[in-house]
Design a protein around this ligand. Structure first.
Ligand code: 5GP
Ligand code: ZN
Length: 112
């Protein structure tokens, strides 16, 4: 079982900020910004390449969860960044899709 499935199953701890039937969100263990949250589907989908038609509502739901977290944590108006890495060249390390949510400072331009 992958590490994020273990977090979903509460087999390893995480600082959870949001959870519902479909989705979980928790603080990244190695934050790259003052606020760095990972939003994941509870379903194990390895990469963006594995997203199928049946996941359309789930993926849309993740964006509404991101917005809800941003509003509840008070950084929606100042702004934030959502980022997804895919496969090796995209910098993906955990093969269970996750949406990085960065906030808490001006993030500047994207660096590639
Ligand atoms: P990726 O490079 O796959 O897009 O991002 C993986 C992210 O997961 C990294 O930012 C890393 O710090 C985070 N991460 C890895 N293992 C754990 C863990 O056990 N718990 C939490 N909360 N985050 C983790
Ligand atoms: Zn998984």
């Amino acid at each position: 079982m992958c590490i994020f499935c273990k977090i979903v199953n509460k087999e390893i701890p995480a600082k959870v900020v949001y959870e519902d039937d479909l989705v979980m969100a928790f603080h990244d263990i190695n934050p790259q910004a003052p606020i760095h949250i990972l939003i994941i589907p509870k379903e194990h989908i390895p990469t963006v390449n594995d997203i199928e038609e049946k996941h359309k509502e789930l993926i849309g739901h993740i964006f509404t969860v991101a917005k809800t977290i941003a509003k509840e944590m008070g950084f929606a108006e100042k702004g934030y960044r959502i980022l997804i890495n895919c496969n090796k060249d995209g910098g993906q390390e955990i093969y269970h899709i996750h949406f990085h949510l960065f906030a808490g400072k001006p993030l500047g331009p994207m660096i590639c």
